[in-house]
Design a protein around this ligand. Sequence first.
Ligand code: RFL
Ligand code: PHB
Length: 448
Amino acid sequence: MPPPGTARPVREPVREPVGEPVLGEPVAGRRRLPEDGRPSRPGAAGHRGEGAWPVRTQVGIVGAGPAGLFLSHLLARHGIESVVLESRSREYVEQRLRAGVLENDTVELMVRTGVGDRVRREGLVHEGLELRYAGRGHRIALSELTGGRSITVYGQQEVVKDLIRSRLDSGGTIHFEVSDVDVHDLDTGAPRITFGHGGERHELACDVIAGCDGFHGITRPAIPAGVLTGYERVYPFAWLGILAATAPSATELIYSYHQRGFALHSMRSPSITRLYLQVPPDEQIDGWSDDRIWSELDTRLSTTDGFALAAGPILERGITPLRSYVVEPMQYGRLFLAGDAAHIVPATGAKGLNLAVADVCVLAGALARFYATGRTDLLDGYSRACLRRVWRVQHFSWWMTSMLHRAGDDEFGHRLQLSQLDYVTSSRAAATTLAENYVGLPLPLPGS
Ligand code: RFL
Ligand code: PHB
């Protein structure tokens, strides 16, 4: 077996014999959601104008991040048509630097649904991680503790590239650089999306709208006041993240708790390192020279046995706030929220993208059941089904964040954190709890 952290193949794909319908062609046996008792329209997406703009689809998806793209991909496998509307350019979403850790079943889902070739080839499979404190490292054997499950380090923008290519190659519709997206008639059987492009307004009639437009999107705020309840925790720190052109200094991720604050050593490839530092929430990036960043990382990642951090040219840098947020319910009428549009987790648990994937697995399954049988039970239970996992992941992300960040001069809290770290790194039961959550709870995978 190769050493942990090196690229190696994930299990072989189990492909399902599902045909990909071309957008606009009726699919045999497809049903439409009834529109308030009116007979549903024929199964084809209509087009108008120059023929490039669909005016009708089954599922209108706002946002081409991981949630929207995975949803469109999964729906297509069930023969359900969708149109994805994205405010940014294709280049922008394919370069946006974000997540790096994919759970076991996120990768498995990609592989089993035919978009996993590159993640299997280029992703770095990790079977453990390190918790570092008081100058010493302690390995959490993720795979050994979870019956062989693992995580894969593979950039979010690579997942996005893989999904966009797959959707477009198989005839899917994604419109980039649309403006002024708005959703209407959500509490009727015929919701609509309006948007601008090239100086013209367009309208898309849908059976269902999926709000996959992230935390700052327009779908959640379009729900009438009084329907949703938000639950939030804001942390008194942020992360300063860098991408550096230097080989990782260790084969596994290192989560380090230090008197001066948290630091994280991660990576993107054998020659690119990703590193993070805890900073105050209002920190300005201008105050951080390259030397200051490397020196602070060096201090916070140092060990008594001489760990050496390799420095190199910094390719990108940015500051991200840490926040926990959940909205309940995740549905209003024919609008279903998924991913960051419905919840945010602090990045310490490496969960946001993975949770977005879990939401859209539930939504795709519920829509597939409806279009196949006419039953709405899974759609009606969408929010409840998602929120069970959302709160588990919220707890894990909050717990990792609380254990690993320095909160002012709270000496009592500091000692509690050391005690928790000591427990997690010495008790198999406690380490298993971390490992089980970190590699991710099972997803409803096709072929299982
Ligand atoms: P996204 O990715 O924000 O995508 C939403 C998309 O909607 C578009 N949009 C609109 N489109 C049309 N009309 C509008 N009005 C629109 N408004 C917005 C946006 O342009 C965008 O393309 O949400 P989605 O799909 O729910 O995906 C969520 C993930 O992106 C997010 O949770 C993760 O990046 C979080 N995260 C991590 N997650 C992990 O699972 N593992 C990790 O290791 C991990 N590390 C991280 C992270 C997030 C980070 N930052 C920068 C927030 C590390 C960091 C530093
Ligand atoms: C990353 O590689 O970007 C990364 C890794 C682990 C985290 C968050 C981000 O918890």
